[in-house]
Design a protein around this ligand. Structure first.
Ligand code: QAP
Ligand code: CO
Length: 172
């Protein structure tokens, strides 16, 4: 198992559309395990493969307090269950240090394949519903900052670019 490097906005690779996983084999299980390692040590509650430069439709989520409920979604598909939108403050490991309000569907049904290769369905509400939508966006090359004003987005872009330059100079 390994900690993978997390791409940060405005890295253009975050705009890549992820491809479906054909078969959940050893290789895919290894990616999933590395994603959990990376997500837990960050620490974060959700990670899409896109964020670790793997352009396949794989998501890891754990919204529990004690890292006890790992959820793996391979080839996830979201169906809207209720139209009532909800606004929540979101963060993103690819946009570190910034938290912005995003409005999303509060109740959805997710169909996906698990780490065990078996298909499953999960009805999601609240934080889990928000998180799965946020992560599926990543697989489409979409980011949380796409929902905010261009002014705010550019300010975040500038600050992160400055941070990346500093890190490059310090040889991070
Ligand atoms: C997505 O995000 C999410 O800025 C998962 O400095 C977040 O795990 C969905 C993180 C909130 C719904 C609500 C962010 C860690 C983690 C940061 C994360 C940071 C360190 C974000
Ligand atoms: Co994110």
């Amino acid at each position: 198992m390994a900690i993978l490097e997390i791409l940060e906005y405005p890295d253009p690779r975050l705009r890549t559309k992820a491809q479906p996983v054909a078969e959940v084999d050893e290789r895919v299980r290894n990616i999933v395990d590395d994603m959990f390692d990376t997500m837990y040590q960050a620490p974060g509650i959700g990670l899409a493969a896109t964020q670790v430069n793997v352009h396949e439709r794989i998501i890891t989520i754990d919204i529990s307090e004690d890292k006890s409920e790992p959820l793996t979604f391979i080839n996830p598909e979201i169906t809207v269950l209720e139209g009532e939108p909800e606004t929540m403050q979101e963060g993103c490991l690819s946009v570190p240090g910034f938290y912005e309000e995003v409005t999303r569907i509060e109740h959805c049904l997710v169909k996906a394949t698990g780490r065990d290769g078996k298909p499953f369905e999960l009805e999601c509400r609240g934080l889990l519903a928000v998180c799965i939508q946020h992560e599926v966006d990543h697989l489409e090359g979409k980011l949380m900052v796409d929902y905010i004003s261009p002014l705010k987005r550019n300010r975040i872009k500038g600050k992160l670019e400055k941070k990346h330059k500093l890190e490059a100079r310090q040889g991070k």
